[in-house]
Design a protein around this ligand. Structure first.
Ligand code: NDP
Length: 252
């Protein structure tokens, strides 16, 4: 695909995400605690997550590896951090979540699947077919160093917070409870905050349009969901900590 076509497609994809944002602020994505009828047939939560996330791993890896662009230590590092995140999200996370009987609308899994195909394609194709040569000294560039630091910090926050949330049902509970400790003292959704920091870091360390577009889409997906979760917690629990914000300590 010519680079100009690729670039135009990414701008269209980013514009779509920006236009979708106000809609997502109004309509909570109907899975997890916001599940409701009217979204068609449902499938098992575990299967849903596996299906949704697999393209982010497989499509990205395919185009990264299939393309003619010569790989070096820098691009392999980009590959490694992406795969590190998505190996967990695709192959580990779906099997850790509790409440086996929970279901997700097939339509939502389908949207997640499509979203991950597009993002996996854009990022994988960029590295495989279009990326400029990243010289070895990119490893000491401030963008790379700060981006990697943000990525690893976000990954740590995301994994830690997901583990705390999953652990809330360790004794077989099916209900929701108030998560406590660490960043949960400040925000309702540190897992989403971590994910946003992670992909912001990735965009910075790679310094590419596809990575920026993925960061924007992560914000578009997770800011509304964090606000929905926060509202839900406050309605559900009378004793919900009043100082806690939705996503960003002291701010949002
Ligand atoms: P949630 O925080 O809604 O849920 C994560 C898991 O923890 C679910 O199994 C959920 O159960 C359980 N859980 C959450 N809160 C509680 C609680 N208070 N009490 C008991 N159990 C709880 O996250 P999502 O499912 O929306 O997302 C999962 C991961 O995927 C996150 O790390 C997120 O960052 C990532 N993600 C990334 C996106 C992107 O655009 N990059 C988009 C969407 C998600 P239940 O399912 O029953 O609610």
């Amino acid at each position: 695909m010519p680079e100009t076509t690729f670039t135009i497609l990414i701008y269209v994809w980013m514009a779509f995400g920006v236009l979708l944002f106000p809609l997502l602020l109004k309509i909570p994505a109907p899975y997890g605690r916001h599940s409701r009828s009217g979204w068609g047939i449902t499938i098992s939560n575990h299967l849903g997550w596996l299906i949704m996330e697999l393209p982010a791993l497989a499509v990205f890896a395919y185009f990264f590896l299939a393309g003619p662009v010569e790989k070096n230590v820098v691009t392999w590092l980009f590959f490694s951090v992406w795969v590190l995140h998505y190996a967990n999200r695709t192959l580990i996370f779906p099997f850790r979540i509790k409440a086996r009987e929970k279901r997700i609308p097939a339509s939502i899994a389908g949207m997640g699947f499509t979203f991950n195909i597009v993002n996996g394609f854009f990022n994988g194709y960029y590295f495989g077919f279009l990326a400029p040569h990243y010289p070895q000294n990119w490893l000491v560039d401030l963008r790379f160093l700060l981006g990697l630091l943000l990525f690893l910090t976000g990954l740590g926050m995301n994994w830690w917070a997901d583990s705390i949330l999953i652990g809330l049902r360790n004794s077989g509970q099916k209900h929701y409870s108030i998560p406590k400790g660490g960043l949960f003292r400040r925000v309702s959704c540190p897992n989403y905050l971590g994910e946003i920091v992670e992909w912001g870091g990735f965009a910075l360390m790679v310094w590419s349009l596809p990575a920026l577009s993925f960061f924007i889409w992560t914000v578009v997906n997770l800011v509304p969901r964090a606000l929905d979760h926060h509202r839900w917690y406050k309605e559900k629990f009378d004793d919900y900590p009043p100082q806690r914000r939705a996503l960003v300590p002291f701010l949002i």
